[in-house]
Design a protein around this ligand. Sequence first.
Ligand SMILES: NC(=O)c1ccc[n+]([C@@H]2O[C@H](COP(=O)([O-])OP(=O)(O)OC[C@H]3O[C@@H](n4cnc5c(N)ncnc54)[C@H](OP(=O)(O)O)[C@@H]3O)[C@@H](O)[C@H]2O)c1
Length: 292
Amino acid sequence: MPAQIIDGKAIAQEVREEVAHEIAGFAGSRPQPSLMVFLVGDDPASQVYVRMKGRACEKAGITSETRRFDADISEKALLQEISAINNDPAWNGLLVQLPLPGHIDTQKVIEAVAPEKDVDCFHPFNVGRLSVGMPVFSPATPAGIVEMLKRSDIKTAGKHAVILGRSNIVGKPMASLLVQKGDFANALVTIVHSAAADISEYTRQADILIAAIGRPEMIRGDMIKPGAIVIDVGINRIDADNEKGYRLVGDVAYDEALEIAGHITPVPGGVGPMTIAMLLKNTLKAYHMQQG
Ligand SMILES: NC(=O)c1ccc[n+]([C@@H]2O[C@H](COP(=O)([O-])OP(=O)(O)OC[C@H]3O[C@@H](n4cnc5c(N)ncnc54)[C@H](OP(=O)(O)O)[C@@H]3O)[C@@H](O)[C@H]2O)c1
């Protein structure tokens, strides 16, 4: 029997409507929540992501602005711009779209964002809170995955979750969330990265397989345990004979995985939409915290 498809687009829409509904409930009587987005340079994928985030904010009732900077802006000038938003009570959240040009120290930028406005949950203060099980914000992509599991009523306690990839954005915070005690956590977590001699040794043991390696369709059907929950985080462009000249695929060979997994997320339409929905949730949280 083919795997059940976890419809990230539909679940994300539910979350977005909940956020919009809550904001509509106090609209007019209080200021609107707000998100400032910084975009440095003209990376095409970043431009698309930023545009999608802006539109999602608008639909939810969150005021948002994208401030664009030339790719050659100095690190010092960018840090000054961040400081200005940190000190401006008009903005509840600040997101600096990554990646940044090579001459800018990304970690310095991440640490410059005020933790209470860090809706991406990248600042070490927020990462630390997350790892001790006292999150302020939840990192958008991993939290979106947990939300999908929750709303699909997929229990994680006692299950072996194998996470492919150890980035600070996906792999590590994913592990932090799943390893905590609590509902839709309490998993037995393994993180796999490029030092593994043979990743299939690990993937085949996974009750829950979360692929975040950025390698198009690397995870083949025979690397998946029958009935496993497969969450595909990867977004990879591959050449295609269409108008755009490319199409998006995940890290998992979808058609093969569909035949063996119990549940699977598609690409596109799986994890991606959840990331944006959780960003809105974080922005609303920042707003509530700052409003007291
Ligand atoms: N859906 C969404 O909203 C969303 C959000 C964020 C990212 N993404 C996508 O998710 C993917 C991962 O993103 P990221 O930012 O986490 O990537 P990243 O920073 O490049 O990290 C990739 C991780 O995968 C590991 N890896 C790479 N090739 C491997 C291999 N052959 N075997 C085992 N491990 C391997 C790397 O290991 P080392 O650490 O040893 O190098 C690294 O830990 C990308 O396709 C990205 O576009 C999607």
